[in-house]
Design a protein around this ligand. Structure first.
Ligand SMILES: Nc1nc2c(c(=O)[nH]1)N[C@H]1C(S)=C(S)[C@@H](COP(=O)(O)O)O[C@H]1N2
Ligand SMILES: [Mo]
Length: 203
């Protein structure tokens, strides 16, 4: 009896009890942290790194690495969901809220395009990156963010599929008209809500 209960836990993709209600449709719980990159890992030295808010704004902003580090920081614990169907529970991050980066910026558009070293982009409506829903993070599980996971800094938008969490981010371009990013122009869903299973355009 007891061994049956135990062995059930190792069967296929059955979800442990603590995951109940936390795993979006079609997802399974992953314990490792897979790396998914569309190209090589860029390695920008910190003295050449900066973060910009530009585009449809009254005045663009720019922070060097040390200026970025002087901004108010937050600890973030969230579940993340990749469109390739893994979900990772209770990931811990540190970084700066997008709200903090946009504070005092006079916005003249309702969308952002995140841009990155290496050329990757992803598009988001402002309402998905404001109100405590998105961060630019530079630490994972108490350590500097490893390059393969987007270090020195990546976007974290945990309520959307993880392709929206752009690695090696260098800035947010404010747009008055939405514009598809890298995966969005290759057939992935424009919004990417895992609870709605918005995987591909048309879902
Ligand atoms: N710059 C950049 N960001 C990216 C990607 C990428 O290829 N380049 N892949 C995206 C996809 S599809 C996913 S699932 C996650 C994977 O992040 P990870 O490698 O840390 O698991 O990063 C997203 N951010
Ligand atoms: Mo992904």
């Amino acid at each position: 009896m007891a061994d049956r209960i135990v062995s059930r836990g190792f069967h296929g993709r059955r979800q442990p009890a603590e995951a109940a209600g936390r795993v979006p449709p079609g997802q399974y719980v992953e314990r490792d942290f897979p790396v998914l990159s569309a190209g090589p890992t860029p390695r920008t030295p910190l003295d050449r790194w900066d973060f910009s808010v530009d585009g449809a704004v009254a005045a663009p902003r720019r922070w060097t690495w040390s200026e970025f580090h002087a901004l108010p920081r937050e600890l973030i614990t969230r579940d993340i969901h990749c469109v390739t169907k893994w979900t990772k529970l209770d990931t811990h991050w540190q970084g700066v809220a997008v709200d903090t980066l946009l504070a005092g910026v006079e916005l003249r558009g309702g969308y952002v395009l995140a841009f990155c070293d290496g050329g990757y982009t992803t598009n988001l409506p402002l309402e998905d990156v404001t109100g405590g829903k998105a961060w630019v993070v530079d630490a994972y599980e108490g350590q500097p963010l490893p390059p393969e996971h987007g270090g020195p800094a990546r976007l974290l938008v945990p309520h959307l599929y993880f392709w929206k969490s752009a690695k090696w981010i260098r800035g947010l371009r404010v747009l008055d008209e939405d514009e598809p990013g890298f995966w969005e122009s290759l057939g992935y869903h424009n919004h990417g809500d895992p609870w709605q299973e918005q995987r591909y355009s048309g879902d």
